[in-house]
Design a protein around this ligand. Sequence first.
Ligand code: SF4
Length: 345
Amino acid sequence: MPHPFCVMDATSDELRAFLAGLGESGYRARQLLGWLYARGARRFAEMTDLPRALRERLEAEAAIDWFPVARHQVAADGTEKFLFVLEDGVQVEGVLIPDGGRLTACISTQAGCPLDCAFCLTGILGFQRNLRAWEIVGQVLAARATLGSGERITHIVYMGMGEPLANYAATVKSLRILTDPRAFGFSPRRITVSTVGLVGGIERLAKEDLKVNLAISLHATSNEIRDRIMPVNKGFAIEELLEACRRFPVAFRQRITFEYVLLEGVNDAPEDARRLVRLLKGIRAKINLIPFNDWEGSGFQRPALHRIVGFQDLLLEHGIRATVRWSKGEDIGAACGQLKETVEV
Ligand code: SF4
């Protein structure tokens, strides 16, 4: 028996083509998309304005894939962490981060991560597999389904488990589904894709015309240190990465975000801050300084407060927009680089 067509893994054009193959009009495709993304329907039977014969045909030939929230934790600061168990038992995490009027969904693109950054707890899990597009979009839908009335997700960041550009096709497809006004309809300006700096991926993404924001996990200002804490740097030197950033189309009033986790005695010296200023010349950049979130056995430490503030001040003095991001949700392991929960299933 052929595998049913997964409607959640289809772009609006693919869905339209599938329905056309069943002899249905574009109007039916629009109805179906409305049910899936605006109303979050999980069964064709719920789609009461579709003719019964079509619903029955969809039940037979298509599927709405969905996964349960296996665990939902809420931190003291309101950050929520979701553990999702996918159909093959693989587990991934997503986080909802409230901040003033914002509610940001941080989603994963891979189960585990192959890139092995020395300071990241997700990295030590190892790599299990790439997520499919619907499994990426599904995290947003599942988190949204838990919100109360009047609450809505305002931003989406691809900063959870995994490296989005190492799962390029599914990442781009999920971005198309999320930003397509006929599907999820989320503003691309409110979506940020974060990468460790896979140069080829950045260059491809630049040509996709998706208009999403780019964030780079930089974390070091010399190749020597970056090679040590981010092995991926051995394939793409900092200079090459920043050249790709210079070529990336940055929308009016937007900036490329550079994430910089501050590790005591590794990358937190005034000389690092000065080098960072020189490196980012000519790039519309903003820097998020992330004091390291400690985890047992990491071998790294968070710098003292005066070192963190001094680093930020140096950047600000040189006209670089720099914000210290005190991570949220540390008490439930939802902070940056801490995603690693599992449950028995
Ligand atoms: S920091 Fe990101 S890219 Fe590096 S190991 Fe962790 S999840 Fe992977």
